[in-house]
Design a protein around this ligand. Structure first.
Ligand code: C2E
Ligand code: MG
Ligand code: MG
Length: 759
């Protein structure tokens, strides 16, 4: 029998086409088997039963499948939940009523740096920073009081540094057995806290001493600090929304700003000095640093500017500069400044075909003046000199002080004609001399001072050098040598004189070593008593040049200090001579005058030197006279008096040589233990030339008389001079009228002859 094809599965059964096909196939197979085994069952009935059975089976299968499906998705959900719980970005804790951790996710364990199993049953608070535990307890208290959720920021305690900051949220809950628990969620906020800290630091840094501004990419100012406001004068409100052009001074051209912005855009920064204008309109120098800020793709998002006010720094710089170039006492340019102007003047003179000249001034006997009136007062004189020089110079001339009593006048824009410019320079120099000659009123005192002036013209050949200055100085020395208050133009032979001086010094040293000196003696004659004394004068027998005058080498010896050994040698020779004359009838009464230079007298042991020489030679101190010049008296007067008194006490006499040419204060003269004044030969020479000259000689004689001092005239050459001097009251003379300075034997013969004549 052919089995009936099974009916189709009823449409009421919602089966997928695959299930439906399977159900029908099953039913067909089973039907064939059942019908073949049980003949009592009609095939239709059997088919119906089987079919129902299959459908039940299928339904069951389907229910099982659904159950499995549900189980699978439940498992997946569970997995997801655990993943979410464990790997959540926040840390979860369940904390029991006693404060113990009963549950924690993996993130919590990672946060605390401890395994999850080690976390459980641990007190939650032990993982909080001691200082912050109170905050947590307060949260718990508020929750217990009925609050739903509590939140706070606190620090954790973690074995491994650094200590994290967390945001804590806590809420009350009940667990499965109705016990009260605490759900705690911690979020790591360390990075936020760090950022906040950096922000605070940045804010403080922004408010630095430097003025700061931040602009957007269009240079619109977004932010400024308070230093910006105090430097520029613009408040933040006034500056925001503006561009840095607000500060433009107008001192820089468009090119300047273009270069600046192209540097910022090319290298990301620019720094330099710039002039800006403050709100009040004043223009000031500042240092500016501008940097650009770029985003991830290199686009400029902001510019940051830092500005420093350089006003004070510049002022200090200027002050230092001006101090370096200014003489503090007089406010005049100093040597350094003069050299710079000199160089400029040389180049300008070349360009403009004009001549410029240098006047080198040195005050006469300023050292003596300094000693006499003290530094403070002498400084006042220098200041007055400076004023006078300024008033003599024309507007474009430079007056500088280049040393103690040395001044220089740089005279520019003279005529291009050499003769005319020389006349112009000379006129100015004479004007200067005249101005300086006028008395200086220093407090109560009226002082006099003159200057020796050297003049030289600038020469383009000496561009960039100090040569013109040296030449003017040389001319000044010549002026000094020519007598005070003198003017000299530089002449090329002056240079030769300098080298001659160098040679002279070398020769002088050799002369000391080779004993080339001799002593000459010049008689001093009294109207009544004939030769009463003698002055010893030094002579140098130069191997090549013959007899060299002391006038030529004494100044150099003084300058170089060689006068000390020379002076000692003279004193020794003079004293030996005195000792030899002692006991010789016609010579023993002679007093012997020795010239002592200021340099010698200033030596600390001068008194000891003289006394030991006297002792050594057994010379009679009563016969020894020391001739001092007025300049000696102006050093340290107390010291001078002490030395003179010490020697005077041993019988040594003193006189002032060349009297009338120096700078003597009568008040001091009175205090000195002097014996005699020696009228300078200059006055004697001129004495016959008119009443003015006579008046000077007379004044000296009257002065000596009023001080109770003797007086002697030197350089007496004629009988007329002698007689005139005698008529004025001076009866002792020295000079060619009687005798030139002579070698000792000739002098002795002279004395004997004179005595013979008298007898
Ligand atoms: P002084 O002390 O004023 O000496 C007088 C100078 O006048 C001497 O020049 C002398 O030779 C010169 N003389 C004397 N009578 C006449 C005269 O009638 N007419 C002229 N025209 N001159 C006369 P001398 O010897 O050349 O000395 C020059 C100066 O050198 C001295 O001036 C003195 O200041 C200095 N001197 C000389 N010997 C020494 C010395 O041993 N030590 C020191 N420190 N200076 C000395
Ligand atoms: Mg003399
Ligand atoms: Mg003299």
């Amino acid at each position: 029998m052919r089995a009936k094809p099974p009916p189709n599965v009823p449409a009421s059964l919602a089966l997928t086409p695959a299930l439906r096909a399977r159900a029908e196939a099953l039913a067909r197979n089973t039907l064939n088997q059942v019908v073949s085994r049980d003949a009592s069952l009609s095939p239709d009935k059997a088919q119906e039963l089987l079919f129902e059975l299959r459908v039940h089976q299928i339904e069951l299968e389907m229910q099982n499948e659904e159950l499995r499906q549900a189980q699978r998705s439940l498992d997946a959900e569970r997995e997801r939940y655990f993943d979410l719980y464990d790997l959540a970005p926040v840390s979860y804790f369940t904390v029991s009523e006693k404060g113990l951790i009963v549950q924690a996710n993996l993130t919590a364990a990672t946060l605390l740096g401890i395994s999850r199993s080690a976390l459980l049953k641990q007190a939650f608070v032990q993982f909080l920073h001691q200082g912050d535990r109170g905050i947590f307890h307060d949260c718990v208290k508020r929750l217990e009081a009925g609050s739903d959720v509590q939140a706070c920021d606190l620090r954790l305690l973690r074995k491994a540094a650094p200590m994290p900051w967390v945001h804590l949220t806590a809420s009350a809950a009940t667990d499965s057995v109705q016990a009260r628990t605490l759900r705690v969620v911690l979020t790591d906020i360390s990075e936020r806290k760090q950022a906040e800290r950096y922000q605070r630091i940045a804010a403080i840094a922004f408010e630095s001493q430097q003025g700061m501004f931040i602009t957007d990419a269009n240079q619109v100012i977004l932010r400024v600090n308070s230093a910006f406001s105090s430097i520029t004068g613009y408040s933040a409100d006034e500056a925001l929304g503006q561009t840095p052009r607000l500060l433009k001074s107008g001192r820089h051209d468009a090119l300047f700003y273009t270069a600046m912005w192209s540097s910022i855009n090319a290298s990301g920064a620019w720094h330099g000095e710039i002039w800006n204008r403050r709100k009040n309109g004043s223009i000031y120098p500042q240092r500016l640093d501008v940097s650009s800020v770029r985003d991830g793709v290199g686009r400029v998002t902001h510019y940051v500017g830092a500005l420093t006010d350089l006003t004070e720094a510049k002022a200090t710089e200027e002050e230092v500069k001006s101090l370096a170039f200014t003489d503090l006492l007089t406010g005049l340019p100093n040597r350094r400044a003069l050299i710079i102007r000199l160089q400029n003047a040389i180049s300008a003179a070349v360009r403009q075909q004009e001549l410029s000249a240098l006047l080198f001034l040195d005050l006469d006997q300023f050292k003596s003046l300094n000693g006499a009136i003290g530094h403070e007062q002498a400084d006042l004189v220098l200041q007055q000199v400076a004023e006078r020089l300024k008033s003599c110079g024309r507007e474009h001339d430079t007056v500088a002080r280049i040393g103690g009593d040395e001044f220089v006048l740089l005279i520019e824009h003279l005529s291009s004609d050499p003769v005319e410019s020389r006349a112009q320079a000379e006129t100015l120099a004479r004007k200067v001399q005249e101005a300086l000659r006028q008395p200086y009123q220093i407090g109560e005192r009226q002082l006099h001072c003159s200057a020796s002036i050297g003049l030289s013209f600038l020469d383009s050949a000496y561009e960039q050098t100090e040569e013109p200055l040296k030449r003017a100085e040389l001319a000044m020395y010549q002026a000094k040598a020519g007598g005070r208050d003198t003017l000299r133009f530089f002449e090329p032979q002056m240079q030769e004189m300098v080298s001659a001086k160098v040679t002279l010094e070398a020769d002088l040293r050799q002369a000391i070593a080779d004993q080339q000196f001799r002593l000459y003696y010049q008689a001093q004659v009294s109207d009544e008593q004939g030769i009463i004394g003698v002055e010893v004068l030094l002579r140098w027998h130069h191997p090549e040049r013959g007899l060299v005058s002391p006038a030529e080498f004494i100044p150099l010896a003084e300058e170089t200090g060689l006068i000390l050994p020379i002076g000692a040698w003279v004193l020794q020779g003079a004293c030996e001579q005195l000792a030899l004359w002692a006991g010789q009838p016609k010579l023993e009464h002679l007093s012997l005058a020795v010239n002592v230079s200021a340099r010698q007298f200033r030596e600390r042991d001068f008194v000891e030197q003289v006394l030991s020489t006297l002792e050594r030679t057994l010379a009679n101190p009563q016969r020894l006279k020391l001739e001092l010049t007025e300049s000696i008296l102006l050093a340290d007067v107390a010291d001078v008096i002490a030395k003179m008194r010490a020697l005077k006490a041993k019988g040594v006499g003193f006189e002032i040589d060349d009297f009338g040419t120096g700078y003597s204060s009568l008040a001091y003269l009175k205090r000195l233990p002097l014996d005699r004044l020696k009228i300078d030969q200059g006055f004697v020479r001129d004495i016959l030339m008119g009443p003015d000259h006579v008046a000077i000689a007379r004044a000296i004689i009257v002065l000596a008389d009023s001080l109770g001092l003797g007086v002697i005239a030197e350089g007496v050459e004629t009988q007329a001079q002698r007689e005139l001097l005698a008529s004025l009251g001076c009866h002792t003379c020295q000079g060619y009228l009687f005798s030139k300075p002579l070698p000792v034997d000739e002098f002795e013969a002279l004395v004997r002859r004179a005595c013979g004549l008298e007898n």
